[in-house]
Design a protein around this ligand. Structure first.
Ligand code: MRU
Length: 344
């Protein structure tokens, strides 16, 4: 297990995920602006990890204040800066809102006390996420048959969370139960989270993994070489519609066509209970250069127009089950998610 993020000596340390798997380089961040840029530039990515980074970022901003500073104004500024970093992952806003509640409960207290409670809350968010992932793993392991080949997309692993992972948490848990499983990792263009991060994580854990390009999934399903699909999530609406890395929707359609189970693994902090359906989930559009280049190398005509939606939305009706820390829910998702909310 690899910590993607850690609080060390009054600063936030994270592995630079843009450099993996070639270089294991750790960056030490000391300001809100540095944390915000690290989220925007994908030094750290993955819904739960983004939330944890933002929570620590807020704490860091307040820790840097001196006696003459206006904590109220500063908190508001930091909060708004971090809020703007990436639009899709619900966990970012969930973590910021949680930090804001703690701030408001402690408003008016001495600055030293404010610093203490905000750092403690960020630490709690991180610690809880690790425990949650272990539970998701335990809950989901029963869905993985002995000898299964599991297809996954993007990276929903230790690097995307406080540790262990959501989709990869289920895979880790099945592997720990000595099930003879094999993972097919989609490379995940354009940022290659599958090729670079999922393959790296699973190789480190000695979990058998085979890399495929994104366009191979359908054919491998057709040939009977895929048993099930497990992916993570960035935001889940009240009806089960799920935003996740671009390409997830295509995999869900293919899985349905080939009658394969399609599972989403996610914590409650990924659910957006304010959204009736996935229609209103904001989809991040990233820089064109991410598509025009691979590893810095131009692969097309430099001025070609490009589309780069970073996420898509899979309709709940294509999802066989959602694995959470509170248990597994199945369609119809609207009542199941309403019940889940009450247990959260
Ligand atoms: O753009 P990214 O790398 O932040 O996208 C990450 C994903 O889509 C993950 O599948 C999702 O955040 C779940 S991570 C446990």
């Amino acid at each position: 297990m690899l910590p993607a993020i850690a609080w060390k000596n009054g600063a936030l340390v994270m592995v630079d995920q843009r450099r993996l798997p070639w270089k294991e380089e750790y960056l030490t961040l000391k300001t809100v602006e540095e944390v915000a840029r690290a989220i925007e530039d994908m030094v750290i990515r993955g819904a739960p990890a983004i939330g944890i980074a933002a929570a620590y970022g807020l704490a860091l901003g307040i820790l840097n204040l001196g006696p003459g500073d206006n904590a109220e104004r500063a908190f508001d500024k930091f909060y708004r800066r971090l809020w703007r970093t990436r639009p899709t992952a619900r966990n970012l806003f969930w973590a910021l809102e949680r930090m804001k509640r703690v701030y408001e409960e402690n408003r008016g207290r001495k600055l030293a006390e404010l610093k203490r409670v905000l750092l403690a809350e960020a630490r709690a968010i991180e610690k809880e996420d690790l425990e949650i992932n272990r539970k998701i793993g335990e809950n989901g392991a029963s869905l993985v048959p002995e000898g299964a080949t599991i297809l996954t997309h993007c990276n929903a692993g230790a690097l995307a969370t406080a540790g262990y992972g959501t989709a990869l948490g289920v895979i880790r848990s099945a592997f720990a139960r000595r099930k003879k499983i094999r993972v097919l990792a989609c490379e995940t263009r354009p940022f290659l989270q599958g090729a670079r991060l999922t393959v790296w994580e699973l190789t480190k854990d000695k979990i058998p993994v085979t890399l495929i390009t994104d366009n191979m999934a359908g054919w491998l399903m057709r040939r009977g070489e895929v048993g099930l699909v497990i992916v993570g999530a960035d935001r889940i609406a009240r009806n089960g519609d799920t935003a996740n890395k671009i390409g997830t929707y295509s995999l869900a359609v293919l899985a349905r066509q080939h009658r394969l189970p399609f599972y989403v693994a996610a914590p409650l902090s990924t659910f957006d209970f304010s959204l009736k359906s996935g229609q209103d989930i904001p989809i991040e559009e990233r820089r064109a250069e991410e598509v025009r280049r691979i590893g810095g190398q131009l692969i097309t005509v430099p001025e070609v127009p490009v589309k780069n939606p970073a996420f898509d939305v899979t309709p709940g009706r294509l999802i066989s089950a959602i694995i959470t820390e509170k248990g597994i829910i199945r369609p119809p998702f609207t009542p199941a998610i309403a019940k889940l909310k009450l247990r959260g």
